[in-house]
Design a protein around this ligand. Structure first.
Ligand SMILES: [Zn+2]
Length: 483
């Protein structure tokens, strides 16, 4: 750690003690409120009952009012048009498709203090196969240190981290709080944040903030916090190769007429070298130090079959955070049960590319397409359809907000934060960064390696919740007293 990273001074000990006491004393209420949120099955996918998402938006709005930080009229439930919806179609009777309800609460800054935006989402993933749950997914259940239930962590614990921190700040500062606060709790993060960009544009004047805290990520462990400082971008598309106008008997034409599978297999194989590193010119890597993780740890964490070696080169975490990766996630071919002695005329694959943080996703998509067109064998006809992409994200870790967060985490957790990358993407973070280029974005969270977000038996570690609330409360107090 360099000197400049240590310059932010410790929080006043009396203030620190008072804040910790507020947080600790309120913990039973915080857990009860979290449990009540978990009971609302607020799945945002269109096939599920939207009444549940509306109910959870109402519940979150009530929680926002309960903090005492916002005026009665300053807490609103907002729905915005889905981007690319019928709102763009010039038909008189076309109904605008609205996204799921978000909660927006605003307290303007006073006396030159900064404004902080607190982001989380109140919608959840579907439960999946209920038989795989050890306790009912929407019945919050305490076992050991953990509260089980869908959304108990992702991201209703993120919502409660903001609520509990604001309550503690209100208990400490009361009406003297000069810090500007924007609480923004989205209702469709798990459904692709479809109305997010419209919402950002429409509410821009209310959302402007110096610091944005996104409480929807991971921690290094239950004892060690993380600040997420990079996210990979992503590119996906459907790749189709066609070699024959119609299927033919493989015993008649096989050996001379190419079936579509041969060029598909060869083309997909060209995407990686013998070490398993991505071999596509024009895909960038990002260069930064990473914590140590051994091949053996990776083999255990990712459940490699004994004897299987990890792929790629360089530090394990740099492969997962900072280098590109390419995965074939699906293929349209006859099933084994339906296989006949036939030359396949065309084959399609779904290709998913993770883009190194810092590289433009469109530029990466163009590089992959160029590679595919240059390497397609036998003149097979190549088609790329259903393209989608999202940019990655890099935090400026030299910014003052990151230093404030580091200090707050040290004081809230009693441990130094690990700066970590995330191999996946959170597309709305890059949308936020694009809309508010001046804001410093802190990606924090309440998850830990055993959370199992999106999976059966999701749970929130309550010690992590306590420490996350403590450090966010300390961060807000530091911002509120910052000169
Ligand atoms: Zn989430």
């Amino acid at each position: 750690m360099t000197d400049s990273e240590q310059h932010s001074t410790a929080t006043d000990p009396a203030l620190l003690d008072a804040l910790r006491e507020h947080v600790q004393g309120a913990l039973p209420t915080t857990i009860a409120d979290l449990s009540a949120l978990v009971r609302l099955p607020s799945v945002s996918w269109s096939a599920f009952d939207p009444a549940n998402v509306r109910a959870s938006a109402e519940a979150v709005a009530d929680l926002a009012r309960s903090t005492g930080v916002f005026g009665a009229d300053d807490v609103r439930i907002v729905r915005s048009a889905v981007s690319g919806s019928t709102a763009d179609v010039a038909e008189a009777d076309a109904e605008t498709e609205l996204g799921q309800p978000a909660v927006l609460a605003v307290r303007p800054a006073r006396n030159g203090k900064p404004t902080v935006m607190l982001y989380a989402h109140h919608d959840v993933q579907p439960q999946g196969d209920e038989a795989l749950w050890e306790t009912p997914p929407f019945e919050p259940t305490l076992r050991g240190d953990r509260l089980y239930g869908r959304g108990a962590s992702d991201d209703k614990a993120g919502v409660m981290t903001h609520i509990a921190s604001l309550r503690a700040i209100h208990a400490q500062f009361g009406d003297d709080l000069d810090l500007g606060v924007v609480l923004f709790v989205e209702g469709e993060e798990e459904f692709g944040s479809r109305s997010f960009r419209t919402f950002l544009r429409e509410q821009k004047e209310h959302l402007a903030a110096d610091v944005i805290v996104v409480a929807d990520s991971d921690n290094w462990s239950t004892e060690v916090p993380s600040i997420t400082v990079s996210l990979r971008g992503n590119v996906t598309f459907k790749l189709t190769l066609k070699t024959l106008e119609h299927a033919s008997h493989s015993g008649m034409f096989g050996g001379a007429a190419p079936d579509a599978m041969i060029p598909m297999v060869k083309l997909l194989a060209s995407l990686h070298d013998d070490a398993g590193s991505v071999a596509v010119d024009g895909l960038a890597s990002y260069d930064a130090d990473v914590p140590e993780r051994t091949d053996d740890e990776l083999a255990s964490d990712a459940a490699l079959v004994p004897g299987v070696r990890p792929i790629g080169t360089g530090a394990v975490l740099s492969r997962m955070w900072f280098q590109p990766s390419i995965t074939v996630t699906g293929m349209d071919v006859p099933s084994v049960a339906n296989a006949s002695n036939t030359l396949l005329p065309s084959v399609s694959a779904r290709v998913s590319v993770r883009v190194a943080p810092g590289q433009d996703a469109q530029e990466a998509a163009a590089a992959v397409e160029r590679h595919l067109r240059e390497h397609v064998p036998f003149g097979a006809r190549l088609e790329i359809t259903e393209p989608d992409s999202g940019d990655g994200f890099l935090v400026d870790t030299a910014g003052w907000a990151v230093q404030e967060a580091r200090t707050a985490m040290r004081e809230g957790w009693g441990a130094e934060a690990v700066e970590q990358g995330i191999g996946g993407s959170i597309p709305f973070v890059s949308d936020l960064a694009a809309e508010f280029p001046e804001a410093q974005i802190l990606v924090t969270g309440v998850e830990d390696p055993d959370t199992r977000a999106h999976s059966p038996n999701e749970s929130q570690h309550l010690g992590v919740l306590h420490r996350a609330i403590a450090s966010e409360t300390i961060l807000l107090a530091r911002l509120a007293t910052r000169s």
